[in-house]
Design a protein around this ligand. Structure first.
Ligand SMILES: Nc1ncnc2c1ncn2[C@@H]1O[C@H](COP(=O)(O)OP(=O)(O)OP(=O)(O)O)[C@@H](O)[C@H]1O
Ligand SMILES: [Mg+2]
Length: 340
C-alpha cells in the first residue's frame, strides 16, 4: 500500500510517499524558517500563506522523486490535529481535493502519532509495547505506546515544551530562531557544570511531569546579572542550560520506564535531534537495562513520511475520513487517570 502523507501543522510544508508504513519512496520538506526567523518565532498568518505557496510543489516533488503518478497511490494521510489551525487547513484542504479527484481513501493523523511513527521507518524499530519521550517545539510528553495509534500519556510538561525552552533560551542569548540546534552545537565545546541551574526548576512537583518555564526565567536572570557572554563562556552557558533540560527529560523517562517495566524507549520530535539528549538517554539505558531508539535528525523534526507511516496503519484498519474531516488546533493525548 503506497500512502501519500501531507504535513502542514506548523512551519514545514511536507509531502512524502511511503510503502507499507515502512519504506520511504520520497520525502520532501519545504521549511519556512527563513520566513519566521526575523520575528523570533512562527507568525501564524505568514505560515498559512507560505503553506499555500509550497503545498502543490511539495506534492509534485514527492511524486516526481518517487517517479510515480497520483494514480499509483492507495491512500492519503494528512495531519489534521493539533497545530496552527490556518496552517493545518492548507494541508487538509489539499488532501481532501486529492482524495476527491483520485477517489482514494483519506485519513486524518494526529501530529504526535506521526512523530511516534518516524522510528518505524528505520531498519530496527522498537517492539510494542514501548515507552516514548515526545520532545518537540510544542509538546513534551512521556507516553506508553501499546500499538500503532494506541497511546497513553503518563507525564508531560506543566508549562513550556522542551523545544520552547531551547528556542526561548536561544532567543535570549541572541542565537536566532529556531535555536535548539545552535545551542546543541555550542554546548558540544562547553562545560555543563559551569553555571548551576537548580534541578528543582525542571523536575516539577508531580511524579512524571516536568516544568521548563522557571529555567528560562533563571537564564534571563543570569544574563541580566552577567550580560550575554561570548566565546567559551557562551559555550559553557549553553552546555549548562542544555544539561538542565536533558537531566529532567532523562530522569523522568528512566523513572517511568522502570515503573512501567518497559525495556524499550524511543525519543521523537525535534528535540530528539539533540546530541546531548541522545547520549544521556543511551547512557541511562545502558545502566538501567533499556534500549533506546531515535530517528535520524531529519526525521525528528516535522516531515510527511512519519504522517504517511502513521496513516498507513489507520487505512489498513479500514479507517476512512469523509470530506467533512476537520482541523483541530488542540488535541490532548489520552492520559492515564492515576497519572494526572
Ligand atoms: N539539535 C537540537 N537540539 C535541541 N532542540 C532541537 C534540535 N533540533 C531541533 N530542535 C528543536 O526542535 C523543535 C522543532 O521540532 P518539531 O518540528 O518537532 O516541532 P513542532 O512541530 O514545531 O512542534 P510540535 O511537534 O509540538 O507541534 C524546535 O523547538 C527546535 O529548536
Ligand atoms: Mg512536530
Amino acid at each position: 500500500m503506497i500512502v501519500l502523507g501531507l504535513e502542514s501543522s506548523c512551519d514545514e510544508t511536507a509531502a512524502a510517499l511511503v510503502e507499507d508504513g515502512r519504506r520511504v519512496l520520497s520525502d520532501v520538506v519545504a521549511s519556512q524558517h527563513d520566513v519566521h526567523a526575523r520575528y523570533g518565532g512562527v507568525v501564524p498568518e505568514l505560515a498559512s500563506r507560505a503553506h499555500v505557496q509550497h503545498v502543490v510543489p511539495v506534492v509534485q516533488g514527492a511524486l516526481a522523486a518517487a517517479n510515480l503518478s497520483l494514480s499509483a497511490i492507495d491512500g492519503i494521510a494528512v495531519t489534521n490535529q493539533p497545530g496552527l489551525v490556518g496552517a493545518l487547513l492548507v494541508g487538509l484542504q489539499t488532501a481532501k481535493a486529492l482524495a476527491w479527484v483520485t477517489g482514494k481513501p483519506l485519513v486524518g493523523v494526529h501530529h504526535l502519532e506521526g512523530h511516534l511513527s518516524a522510528v518505524f521507518l528505520e531498519p530496527n524499530p522498537p517492539p510494542l509495547p514501548h515507552l516514548a519521550l515526545i520532545v518537540s517545539g510544542g509538546h513534551t510528553s512521556i507516553v506508553r505506546v501499546d500499538g500503532h495509534g494506541e497511546v497513553t500519556e503518563l507525564g508531560a510538561t506543566r508549562d513550556d515544551a522542551a523545544g520552547e525552552a531551547f528556542d526561548k533560551g536561544a532567543k535570549l542569548l541572541g542565537l536566532g530562531y529556531p535555536g535548539g540546534q545552535v545551542i546543541d552545537q555550542l554546548a558540544r565545546t562547553g562545560d555543563p557544570r559551569a553555571v548551576v541551574f537548580p534541578k528543582s526548576m525542571t523536575l516539577g512537583e508531580h511524579g512524571a511531569d516536568m516544568s521548563f518555564s522557571g529555567l528560562k526565567t533563571a537564564l534571563l536572570t543570569h544574563t541580566r546579572a552577567h550580560g550575554v557572554p561570548d566565546g567559551q563562556a557562551l559555550a559553557d552557558l549553553c552546555a549548562s542550560y542544555q544539561a538542565a533540560i536533558v537531566e529532567a527529560l532523562v530522569r523522568k523517562t528512566r523513572r517511568v520506564a522502570a515503573s512501567e517495566k518497559l525495556r524499550h524507549v524511543q525519543i521523537c520530535g525535534g528535540v530528539a535531534a539533540n546530541s546531548g539528549l541522545r547520549a544521556a538517554m543511551i547512557a541511562a539505558g545502558a545502566e538501567d537495562g533499556f534500549t533506546v531508539y531515535v530517528p535520524p535528525p531529519g526525521r525528528c523534526t516535522d516531515n510527511a513520511a512519519m504522517i504517511a507511516a502513521a496513516g498507513y496503519h489507520r487505512l489498513r484498519r479500514g479507517e476512512h475520513a469523509g470530506l467533512d474531516l476537520d482541523a483541530k488546533p488542540t488535541a490532548p493525548l489520552p492520559r492515564r487517570a492515576e497519572a494526572s
